[in-house]
Ligand binder design. Structure first.
Ligand code: MTE
Ligand code: MO
Length: 482
């Protein structure tokens, strides 16, 4: 088992040293993610939230450890089988690695080194013992080696995840962004900030380790039903007119009252400009977006060519996109859920028709078209929070991107709907904060919220689950007044 671990750790170190970008553990985790049915992914996100990824990695590690231990046991009587088992496990890792988009045969160096290490250590540890080298000493040496290797492997994983070559390139980028300043009057006291700090912005994607892309070699291909195919480099892109906008992005998997939603200042080039350069042919009604790692989504052509600021974003809150949020280029489309629009690590846009394509999440049972739903949330008081009886301050946020919020109302203890005050917001593409104050007697209470959008739609109280195209229902909170 220890020999297996040492090989695994050497694999992590080799992944980092050779800049492979994805270790065997990640590649196998990716396989599992890809093969897991949509409903199970949904359940995992619901139960674990954004801890789903670390939990998956731990599961893979536990399974692999179990297999190593089993092979070790077998070795007592059938050493040939143990050797064959180690080889078989490396082969699985090798296949998982070379079939990952963006990883080539050079990734094979990792399982090869890992396997060689494991076999060598195992052979050394199980060789016949002598007086001079008794069993106990071998066990001690082996354990010491394993501790060193696992420390080295973990360090390599940490370093590999943060300070890669692309991270250096990212920090050197000079982008024509202006510094974001949330417009005055957008944030109300006692609520999460209207502008979500990048470090707090939710992250949802199918990747264990985000693909690391060097902007100097990044290219975007625009093809399909176009008059002229385009291939743009990062520099080409930056030569276009630069646009910046406040846009709220949310995930279709956000449950009522959830926090898979954030608001940022995005900078980049309008998708409409790029598509106009390519020239769209008649009959097209969609674009199929593909990321470096092979994730896909289809977006209505209308949403990326009309007057809204659908962006090829290169910056978030005035800084180059963080790697986990899609560095160097991602798409942001106001008014659509992320899974049908917000491709991170974007490398390919095909102008096409919905009838002719399928995409990652639609293949797994989610909707083909998914405009965001009108929604509202209570942020204050806290869930089961305690407040002083008397006038109680309520507050939260509401959104219906690209439509806009006209009003937000609350109802305390099933009472009549009461109006709230809306904070300011610079566009209809962002969320808006609301607040209200109401007299509350001592005791336990409930409050619920509903919004009305600028097109007259009143948020429905019917509860629907997040699949296939977004949750509906009123957010409710219990609180205690004393
Ligand atoms: N390449 C890639 N892009 C992706 C995804 C993904 O899995 N892979 N997930 C999408 C989903 S479901 C959402 S909600 C948004 C989330 O963007 P964020 O992680 O920057 O908040 O990214 C979208 N873009
Ligand atoms: Mo999402």
């Amino acid at each position: 088992m220890l020999a297996g671990w040492i090989g695994l750790a050497v694999g992590e170190i080799a992944t980092w040293a050779f800049g492979i970008g994805e270790s065997p553990i990640d590649a196998i985790g990716q396989w599992i993610i890809q093969l897991t049915p949509g409903a199970a992914v949904e359940a995992a996100i619901a139960a674990l939230g954004q801890a789903d990824k670390p939990v998956l990695v731990l599961l893979v590690l536990a399974t692999v450890t179990g297999l190593f231990a089993l092979l070790g046991r077998l070795g007592d009587t059938q050493p040939m089988l143990t050797g064959a088992g180690f080889i078989a496990m490396s082969l699985v890792a090798a296949v998982a690695l070379v079939t990952r988009p963006g990883l080539g045969p050079s990734a094979l160096v990792v399982p090869t080194l890992g396997l060689a290490t494991t076999l060598a250590v195992w052979w050394w540890a199980t060789r016949p013992k002598t007086e001079a080298q008794p069993e106990r000493r071998t066990v001690l040496q082996l354990s010491g080696l394993a501790v060193l290797a696992v420390a080295g492997g973990s360090a390599a994983r940490l370093i590999g995840g943060t300070s890669s070559a692309a991270e250096t390139a990212r920090s050197r980028l000079q982008l024509p962004t202006t510094n974001p300043r949330a417009p005055s009057g957008t944030s109300l006291p006692g609520l999460p900030p209207w502008q979500t700090p990048t470090a707090d912005f939710y992250r949802i994607d199918t990747r264990l380790m985000p693909p690391v892309i060097d902007p100097r070699t990044w290219q975007l291909r625009v093809h399909g039903l176009v008059a002229r195919e385009l291939t743009l480099t990062f520099e080409d892109l930056l030569r276009r007119e630069f646009t910046e906008a406040w846009i709220t992005l949310n995930c279709v998997s956000n449950p009522v009252g959830g926090d898979l939603v954030g608001n940022a200042w995005w900078s980049g080039v309008r998708v409409a400009d790029i598509l106009a350069e390519a020239g769209i042919q008649d009959g097209a009604d969609a674009i199929l977006q593909t990321s470096r790692d092979g994730w896909t989504c289809a977006t209505p052509l209308q949403a990326v060519t009309d007057d809204r600021n659908a962006l090829l974003a290169v910056a978030m809150n005035g800084e180059p996109l963080p790697v986990r949020h899609g560095f160097p280029v991602r798409m942001i489309v106001p008014g659509l859920y992320g899974f049908v629009s917000a491709t991170k690590w974007l490398v390919d846009i095909e102008v096409t028709r919905f009838a002719d394509v399928s995409a990652y999440w639609t293949d797994r049972g989610w909707a083909e078209q998914a405009p965001v739903r009108l929604a509202s949330r209570i942020d204050r008081p806290a869930h089961r929070g305690r407040v002083a009886a008397g006038p109680v301050a309520f507050g939260g946020t509401a959104w219906h991107q690209h439509t806009g919020i006209a009003a937000v109302e609350i109802s305390v203890d099933d009472g009549p709907w009461q109006p709230t005050q809306l904070a300011r917001t610079p566009t209809v593409d962002t969320w808006v904060q609301w607040s209200a104050e109401t007299e509350v007697a001592p005791g336990e209470h409930g409050v619920r919220v509903r919004a009305t959008s600028l097109n007259g739609e009143v948020q429905t109280g019917d509860s629907r689950p997040v699949a296939p195209d977004g949750a509906t229902g009123w957010h409710e909170r219990r609180f205690i007044a004393r």
